[in-house]
Design a protein around this ligand. Structure first.
Ligand code: DX5
Ligand code: ZN
Length: 223
């Protein structure tokens, strides 16, 4: 429906207390938990995989929405595990398809068969045209506004024309932005047409008033 959803990135939270950080940000009004899975190959960093997702799912129960951002070299390899671990949406990178045995439609079918919604992500250097032909197969397009791999990077406004292009062509599409989003950059992303906002550092930096940050991001999208 292209409704506003705020998806804090757990990468910026205190990972030694992942469950309480997740509970805290959900209580602060978050709609989704954005969970960045990195494999050290697709991006030069490693985070966690399905065992951590499964533990978090077990403690949080069935309600919380897990937005799994899969920064992995072979997206088809982890679909079954992430589905069993309680993933809600499996967002793969279109750039990774070159090294995957499955093509776009087959990967989408695999993800749906595992009980998850489908997202496709594009890096800052990838044009929107890389996904245009496949939009009908997905529930969401993620337009990265930093190079994937690390939290706390600077927002890249030059990625926003891709959001506008997608919003113009697909008025009802869920479009997520991820990287450097904060109360000071969200207005530009929302104006371009983004309706799902990922924010890591902005939500979890020391001293942040979490309910206030989530509410501020939401107000910008709903304005
Ligand atoms: C970066 C990740 C992001 C990251 C966002 O590769 O995909 O989700 O955690 O963090 P901030 O909001 O700090 O840029
Ligand atoms: Zn992410």
């Amino acid at each position: 429906c292209a409704c506003c959803r705020i998806a804090p990135s757990m990468l910026a939270s205190d990972l030694s207390s992942l469950y309480s950080e997740a509970s805290s940000i959900l209580a602060a009004g978050a709609d989704e938990l954005h969970l960045d899975v990195m494999d050290g190959h697709f991006v030069p960093n490693i985070t966690w995989g399905s065992p951590v997702l499964a533990s978090l799912r077990k403690r949080l129960g069935g309600e919380a929405y897990f937005d799994c951002h899969m920064m992995v070299a072979k997206p088809s390899q982890w679909v079954e595990d992430v589905g069993k671990a309680g993933g809600s949406r499996y967002c793969f990178h279109v750039e990774a398809l070159a090294g995957d045995p499955l093509d776009f439609p087959a990967l989408c079918a695999l993800i749906r068969g595992a009980g998850m919604e489908v997202g496709v992500a594009i890096k800052p250097g990838t044009p929107a045209s890389a996904v245009l032909d496949f939009v009908s197969l997905v529930d969401m397009v993620l337009v990265m506004t930093v190079e994937p791999g690390f939290g706390g990077q600077k927002f890249m406004p030059h990625c926003l024309p891709k959001v506008l292009e997608l919003r113009t062509k697909f008025p009802g599409l869920d479009i997520e932005v991820d990287g450097g989003l904060s109360p000071s950059t969200v207005d530009a992303a929302a104006a371009a047409g983004a309706n799902i906002i990922v924010a890591g550092s902005a939500c979890f930096k020391p001293g942040a008033n979490r309910p206030e940050v989530v509410a501020t991001l939401r107000r910008s999208v709903e304005a």
